[in-house]
Ligand binder design. Structure first.
Ligand SMILES: NC(=O)c1ccc[n+]([C@@H]2O[C@H](COP(=O)([O-])OP(=O)(O)OC[C@H]3O[C@@H](n4cnc5c(N)ncnc54)[C@H](O)[C@@H]3O)[C@@H](O)[C@H]2O)c1
Length: 266
């Protein structure tokens, strides 16, 4: 297998570590790095793959699958060209799809190229059941994201809360998944994934909580649908390299890669 990787930060590096541990390193690897960072990424790769700085070079390398773990800007910048070239892409920065124009552009490129754009469940579970229940009619979907206060540092939560002094849980945002993606783009991936799987960006209700009583990133999803209902709570361990990123996201992406090599896919 030839794997393409966009982004070699906390997720990209941990992804390769998981694949190596599982004996599933791809035979070939091409990393698309930001221009100017090629030498640093090449050194960190330590001979495990090639580095390119232009998306055209990644497309020309014809990877079997590209994993995006770089951010919303990278989705808009690189994925249309890869999908248009017929290369399947797995997306971690799902919040980018809250931009309806970008989502339409990506879908059109995938259709034109005959490729698939796959939304990784990322940090959460239950996406399979929520998406399966959708044709039965979704009555309500609620997502609550609860993180230690400092995991919200750098977000607009800082303007309404003193994150360092907080001594009780504080809900600083309630609204639609669309508003959450607009106001908290760096934390919007899970809300966007729940929205895409179920009731859409406008009907999915989101609450964001800074909670000094938790040490993990906690995701609670509550679903009422025609063919069933469920409540799920996921406690994600944060990446040591990026407190906003749950390690489960790395494992979800590794699963996507490994499933493409397996005869029995779960
Ligand atoms: N779906 C989920 O549950 C979930 C969870 C966590 C993170 N994410 C997404 O994954 C992304 C990566 O997370 P991370 O913790 O590895 O972040 P990180 O900041 O540690 O690493 C991002 C890497 O991408 C590179 N990059 C950024 N823009 C680029 C571009 N335009 N072209 C090429 N490379 C580019 C950066 O140089 C860096 O190496 C986040 O931005 C977030 O959108 C999704």
């Amino acid at each position: 297998m030839h794997l393409g990787l966009i982004g070699f930060g906390a997720i990209g590096q941990a992804l390769l570590a998981v694949l190596a541990r599982e004996g599933a390193m791809p035979e070939a690897l091409t990393v698309l790095a930001r221009p100017g960072s090629e030498a640093r990424v090449q050194a960190a790769l330590a001979g495990r793959g090639a580095v390119v700085a232009r998306v055209a070079a990644l497309a020309d390398a014809r990877p079997d699958l590209v994993v995006e773990a770089a951010g919303h800007g990278a989705v808009a910048e690189h994925l249309p060209e890869l999908l248009g070239a017929g290369i399947e892409c797995v997306l971690a920065s799902v919040g980018a799809l809250a931009d309806a124009a970008l989502a339409a552009r990506l879908e059109a490129a995938a259709q034109a190229g005959g490729a698939r754009l796959v939304v990784s469940p990322g940090a959460i579970g239950g996406v399979d059941l929520l998406a399966a229940l959708r044709p039965s009619g979704i009555e309500a979907v609620r997502y609550t994201g609860r993180k230690p206060p400092l995991a919200w540092a750098g977000s607009p939560a800082e303007a309404v809360l003193d994150l360092r002094a907080l001594d009780a849980a504080a809900t600083f945002f309630t609204g639609s998944a669309r508003a959450a993606a607009r106001d908290y783009p760096k934390n919007a991936n899970v809300a966007a994934t729940v929205a895409l799987a179920g009731a859409g960006f406008d009907a999915t209700q989101v609450a964001l909580v800074a909670d000094p009583g938790v040490r993990r990133n906690i995701h609670e999803i509550s679903v009422q649908a025609g063919a069933g209902a469920f409540d799920i709570r996921i406690e994600g361990v944060a990446s040591p390299d990026n407190p906003r990123t749950s390690l489960a996201t790395v494992h979800a992406l590794a699963r996507e890669v490994m499933n493409r090599r397996r005869a029995l896919v779960v």
